[in-house]
Structures are given as structure tokens and as C-alpha cells.
Write a new protein. Sequence first.
Length: 276
Amino acid sequence: MGNSSRRELTEVGSLEDLDDSLPRPRVAVSPRPRVSDPCVSDLRVLLWDIDGTLIRTARAGAFKDYTIPMLEEVFGTAGRLPEMKVSGMTDLQIIAEALKDEGFTNEHILERIDQLRDRYMEAMRKATGNGEEFFEVLPGVRETLQAVANHPRYHSALLTGNIEPAAHLKMELVGLSEFFTLPGAFGDESHDRRDLPALAADRIRDSLQLELEPEQFIVIGDTPNDIECARHFGARALAVGTGRLYSRDDILACKPDAFLSDLSDVNRVMETLAGL
Ligand SMILES: [Mg+2]
């Protein structure tokens, strides 16, 4: 692949010969395998949401057990968080929304991001560390992750509103970490979930050393925000009906590329993914 890229680079001459007003052919400057390679173009990267898709809290709203004390400790108040419904939002967005009536801006929040992460993880470890089951894996998830891990067409990564250490701790607590060795994108990176697929895709292209097109990424999630962030990037969206906040009709109104009420039928999941 590197050789063919170099050959094409020679054919178009040096980079200085290219007219800047024209889009530069990516292959001329990239040593990576091209998407036109039949094997590469068939690959799909599954970008998994966590809450409502892979796992959920055993008790509705249990995430507030650790997010409310964390906010109170860092900002002296949890603002509107106790009454908020937060599915599909990034953690930064949740914090901004909770605190906006208290006079805190995005900048105030970002200034304290390191302290926030530390307190967040401390509060989460405390809330989840008493031996009782805090998170449960949703039906068929483990089997589906194993099936896609065994299939050469797929890679899996996390794309979640959770701050990164919280995402990893959740996967560790439910024993799913082994399926997510590729880099992903996380809720401490943006207030806007729509920013996350591009961040994840760049990291994954670098990690795999492959030039993958946006439509080779499939966002799998349970909320309209998951579908919207897929659209924004040009990825496919597979919606699941396992979230607590949105009905099947709410989700279908956002026109995902595919919808499954849950992941319990692994053959059906694999057939659905094969069509995306
Ligand atoms: Mg979710």
C-alpha cells in the first residue's frame, strides 16, 4: 500500500505542483491503505454508547448517587441536577446544564476539569464499591461483543458521554473492558456529542493505520443524540430500544439506519450490522 501511495505521489508530481484551490487527493499524502482496497472498504468500526446500550444502572437514576456529591464538592451545589433527565448528553454538557442557573459558565467548568475528574471518580468508586450490583449488562450485549470481536469485518470502540475514566471504570465493573482496546471518544472532550465521532475516528484511523471513510463507522446508541452525532459525522446509526428515557417511536422519528429493540438475538444483530 505504501508503495502504491508513493507511486501516485510521483504521478501527480511534488505537492507544490498541486493547485491549492483544488482538493488534494488524500492518497497522495497518506501512506495508509486506501478505502478502495476491498478488504479495507468492507471493515466497519462499531462506536458503542455505554448507558442504555451496553449497560444500565440496576436502579433508575442511580448515577445521581455519585454525580450530585461530586458537583456539590467542586462547585458547592448540584444546581438542577437532581430533577434533570440526562440521557444522551455528555458529562460536560450535563454539568453545564445543571449549573447554568447558578452562574457557572462552560469556562468555569473547564477550568476545574481536573478536579472534576478526580472528585467524579472518587464519588463513583464510593457509590459502586459497596458490593451491591450497581450496573447491569443489557441482554445479549456480551454475546454480541464477542461475536463482533470474532468477526474480521468489525472493530469496536467506545463513544460515550461519560468522562473517560468513568467509562473505563464502568466497563471494568461489568467485565467488558477486554472488548474495547481501540481508542474512543468521551464526555470530558466536548459539551456537544456531535463532536465525538470525528475525534474517535481520527484516533482509530491512526491506531489501525487505515484510511476509513465516515460511512464505515456505525454509532450504536439508545437516544436521538446518538443518531444525531452519527449523522453529523456521516456515520451510520444503529439505534437500540434499551434506554430508559426514549420510546421506540421517539427513536424511530429520528430515522436511524436500523433499529433493534434490544441486542438479545445475536444472529439478528449480526444480520443487521451486515446490512450497514
Ligand atoms: Mg446512552
